[in-house]
Design a protein around this ligand. Structure first.
Ligand code: AQP
Length: 333
């Protein structure tokens, strides 16, 4: 039997996960997991590229892993771990830092957005974030990376680095990964500003539905969602607020945005908001409740993280050893 291809993805435990993280990433991991050899992890080393409260970071790392399982990831058949538990990620990131160019990194939209929010003192880690992400992916000879659209640029740079190094050191050094973008839900927008992405680190808690929100909070947030002038429900870029609500419905139900739009002929914005709120509450509720349940059993989560890191380290060390060899570093004992 041919071995399954490798699929890998991760979330930064920089806050509670949002509906955007669920629809853009987690939901697709769950759908694809049985077809691949999967690794899912919490990228705590990426999270510290912006200042984090230590207690919160630890808490959110456990919460991220618990949320993956609550969303439907099978902990018995995938490898689950925390990025910082596998030191090879940081080691390979250093090597890749020596093969990625300043010009490439300066073009990254996420760096431009996040550094603009930092003021004067921009951490270097924020700039070299894509090298660490490339290391995450290349260490495991990954074939497919399911992510939301905001990560597309980082996947492209990963492919560029892999191809560049393969040309120098041999085509079998790295597998060049493919990106998987969901057909709908790849970019869920803020409920308060539908022109910017829903983000877990947005300082306005009304802008996002968190996977920890109660049904009541979800209903209130959707009711207050910023919509557009006019009253006709249309799926168009001129109505980004309405479009976002239709996209949310489409990503949850699997219907096309056009099908959903048709059901609202002659109806008001209010109808769309109420229906979207109910769909979101139904999708998020079981994930929220199961996450809380899992979080009560820390020893189970610790055990899972320990086992996952052990498996990941063995695989990662193999690739890293090969990279060190080809670069001319003396193999460590
Ligand atoms: N709004 C979104 N719509 C669809 N997908 C999204 N993702 C993030 N936001 C949306 C996808 O979720 C996965 C995990 O993202 P991440 O934690 O690695 O960082 P991010 O992309 O920067 O996400 P956030 O929520 O905006 O985090 P912060 O605020 O900490 O930067 C990725 O697959 C991402 O594409």
């Amino acid at each position: 039997m041919t071995p399954k291809k490798v699929m890998l993805s991760a979330v930064q435990p920089s806050n509670r996960l949002t509906l955007g993280n669920y629809l853009g990433a987690l939901k697709n991991w769950v759908q694809l997991q049985s077809q691949f050899d999967c690794l899912f992890f919490a990228v705590d080393l990426h999270a510290i590229t912006v200042r984090q409260d230590p207690k919160e970071l630890r808490e959110q790392t456990y919460r991220a892993i618990a949320t993956y399982i609550a969303a439907g990831i099978d902990p018995d058949s995938v490898t689950l771990f925390a990025q910082s538990h596998v030191p090879q990620h940081a080691e390979l990131a250093w090597v890749l830092n020596c093969f990625v160019y300043m010009g490439e990194l300066s073009r990254m939209t996420q760096f431009k957005d996040k550094s603009a929010k930092q003021g004067q003192n921009i951490p270097v880690g924020l700039f070299t974030y894509p090298a660490l992400m490339a290391a995450d992916i290349l260490l495991y000879k990954t074939h497919l990376v399911p992510v939301g659209e905001d990560q597309k640029q980082h996947l492209e740079i990963t492919r560029d680095i892999a191809q560049r190094m393969n040309q120098i050191y041999g085509n079998d050094l790295f597998t060049v990964p493919e990106i998987y973008l969901p057909p709908v839900g790849a970019r869920i927008m803020s409920l308060q500003n539908p022109l910017s992405k829903m983000s877990k680190s947005d300082p306005d808690p009304q802008s996002a539905v968190y996977l920890t929100d109660t049904d009541d909070q979800i209903r209130k947030k959707l009711k207050r969602a910023v919509t557009d002038s006019g009253s006709e429900i249309a799926y168009t870029a001129e109505k980004p607020g309405i479009k976002n609500l239709i996209d949310i419905q489409a990503a949850i139900t699997g219907q096309s945005p056009e099908q959903i739009t048709q059901t609202y002929a002659g109806k008001q914005y209010g109808h769309l908001k109420v229906d979207t709120a109910e769909l979101v509450a139904t999708a998020v509720g079981p994930i929220r409740d199961r996450t809380e349940q899992l979080l009560r059993d820390r020893s189970y989560l610790d055990d899972l993280l320990k086992q996952g890191a052990k498996k990941a380290r063995t695989r990662a060390e193999k690739t890293l050893g090969d990279v060190f060899d080809r670069l001319g570093l003396i193999r460590r004992g």
